[in-house]
Design a protein around this ligand. Structure first.
Ligand code: GDP
Ligand code: MG
Length: 162
């Protein structure tokens, strides 16, 4: 069976940009406005000759009532269907309360989690990524979805647990 890799995280951390980077084409919807990606979108992808299904998530409005509950519900659905979860955070912001809520969901689900410390565009960002060890989800992998830094190492880490 083709493994399913779900990309989760709060809006605007760069999930869709990362999905595009991995796919190598501009497929997922990326906008500056948080929460523009509708529902969950699955793509056929490949890394080092191995096929996998890459699932982008989103679709919630952070200003809406019950936002936290919707983030939680989305994450839970995506995680339930995944073999491995890529949890994306924004190193320029650090871990927020919403991120912490997602961490609790991921812990409960018991699926393998790869922490993607995104927006690590430069050396300073890579240093900031180390702070995410505190999440207790293992090694944070610094990536810049925008510039492509670290995306190969991230994919190797994903396949190491598959
Ligand atoms: P999503 O809501 O998590 O899917 O986030 P998006 O992929 O739509 O990205 C949100 C914003 O962050 C966009 O303006 C992206 O260009 C920007 N972004 C995404 N990845 C990076 C990155 O690695 N570095 C920087 N500086 N910006 C990024
Ligand atoms: Mg998106």
């Amino acid at each position: 069976d083709v493994p399913v890799v779900a990309v989760v995280g709060r809006p605007n951390v760069g999930k869709s940009t990362l999905v595009n980077r991995i796919l190598g084409r501009r497929a997922a919807v990326v906008e500056d406005v948080p929460g523009v990606t509708r529902d969950r979108v699955a793509y056929d992808a490949e890394w080092r000759g191995r096929r996998f299904t890459l699932v982008d998530t989103g679709g919630w409005d952070p200003d809406a009532k019950g936002f936290m509950a919707r983030v939680a519900a989305q994450a839970e659905l995506a995680v339930a269907a995944a073999d491995v979860v890529v949890f994306v955070l924004d190193v320029t912001v650090g871990a927020t309360d919403i991120d912490e809520a997602v961490v609790r969901i991921l812990r409960r689900a018991g699926k393998p989690v790869i922490v993607a410390a995104n927006k690590a565009d430069d050396v300073r960002g890579e240093a900031d990524a180390a702070a995410l060890w505190n999440l207790g989800l293992g090694e944070p992998h610094p990536v810049s979805a925008l510039h492509g830094r670290g995306s190969g190492d991230l994919l190797d880490a994903i396949f190491a647990v598959l």
